[in-house]
Design a protein around this ligand. Structure first.
Ligand code: ADE
Length: 368
């Protein structure tokens, strides 16, 4: 496809420090695909590390190189990733191959997350769930806990938010400031409990993940980036129980203060805020609504929201008339309150991601 000069000048100039030689990247099996793009596993030689180190990466590309809309959406994702900088709880950019971009060969190289997306992971391991709640929906006192690998919560709360967030974009080569989890960033999830046994998920893991997602989203919101499609399918699980917000295909930089309006298209209706459905208004506060739905997914271990309800006028009508989902059985009472707050009709009455992060953090501290 031919891009106009305007499109090219708008799209192409980018920090050359991110360019990664195509010859040092090999592509492997497909990891996922959407309507526009697909993601494959890959190996990159000397990407952030010594010259000869081979690193497993994920590579995003368009499905059809002649689809201009798909190309534009991928380019805008690259721009957003560059703009974002890196954070532990976001799938970070590692590099890009842009040399043949006019032929549609744009490759975006991001961190590979070994355990895939949360939705699939939750479903797969839901039969190994360790419930740490008492019959009233409160966390059991520590002494009664069955989870042998409870995270060290003082480590999480004493964590300095600036130490990882917001480092300078170092480009893809030989960086010493990586965004890997520091050693003490130990949520106690991924150490093998018993290699022979299937992986289990505990209430604590779910709370830790919700905390980390709030952190990643707080970082996005602080950069004035809205996600637009926050859902368990777009959160990836890496090593050491670290989760990362992914897939900025729908993400938009907010160039104006406040809200962003988006054209019609395929919409994740069950995750969308009421004002997005009725007035097509998107903001970080509509991402907060989606976060509430994501919490519901977490604590149902990967069920589809609004079970039994079709997407369509009825669902929208019900939500407009005040219908909301109930607190999942496995969610602590506290999270029932958080969900209800995320689903307030008035966007400004919902908590911000900063507040969510703090609320979940203090809840974790008080339940130790
Ligand atoms: N599927 C989509 N993106 C991925 C990533 N970065 N790592 C692992 N699986 C993925």
């Amino acid at each position: 496809p031919q891009f106009s000069i305007e499109e090219q000048t708008e799209l192409l100039p980018y920090d050359k420090a991110w360019e990664f030689p195509r010859c040092r990247l090999t592509l492997g099996v497909q990891l996922g695909s959407g309507c526009f793009g697909r993601v494959v596993k890959g190996e990159a030689i000397g990407i952030k590390g010594s010259r000869e180190t081979v690193r497993t990466v994920a590579v995003k590309m368009v499905r059809s190189q002649t689809n201009v809309a798909a190309m534009e959406s991928l380019v805008s994702e690259l721009k957003i990733l560059i703009h974002l900088g890196s954070h532990l709880n976001v799938v970070n950019l590692l590099g890009a191959c842009t040399k043949k971009i006019t032929k549609g060969e744009l490759l975006i190289i991001v961190e590979y997350c070994r355990f895939g997306n949360l939705q699939t992971y939750l479903m797969k391991h839901r039969n190994n769930f360790i419930n740490l709640l008492d019959e009233f929906g409160n966390m059991k006192p520590d002494s009664e806990m069955e989870d042998p690998h409870a995270p060290i919560l003082s480590d999480i709360s004493s964590f300095d938010r600036n130490s990882i967030a917001d480092n300078e974009n170092p480009g893809p080569f030989y960086s010493t400031t990586d965004t890997e989890a520091p050693e003490w960033w130990n949520y106690g999830h991924q150490q093998e409990r018993d290699p022979a046994q299937n992986k289990s998920i505990s209430t604590r893991d779910l709370i830790s993940w919700s905390f980390q997602i709030a952190r990643g989203m707080e970082y996005l919101a602080s950069k004035k980036v809205l996600h637009g499609d926050l859902a368990a399918r777009n959160v990836l699980l890496a090593d050491d129980g670290v989760v990362k917000v992914a897939d900025f295909g729908m993400a938009k930089k907010m160039y104006y203060e406040g809200n962003y309006e988006r054209a019609e298209g395929l919409m994740p209706v069950k995750w969308m805020a009421i004002e997005s459905l009725t007035a097509r208004i998107f903001s970080s506060q509509s991402d907060v609504w989606s976060f509430g739905v994501l919490l519901w997914e977490l604590f149902t271990l990967g069920e589809v929201p609004y079970p039994g309800m079709d997407v369509g006028h009825l669902l929208i009508k019900e939500i407009k008339s005040g219908y909301r989902m109930e607190k999942p059985e496995n969610a602590p009472n506290f999270f029932g309150v958080i969900m209800a707050n995320c689903w307030k009709t008035e966007p400004n009455e919902r908590p911000t991601f900063r507040q969510l992060e703090e609320m979940i953090n203090s809840h974790m501290e008080s339940s130790v």
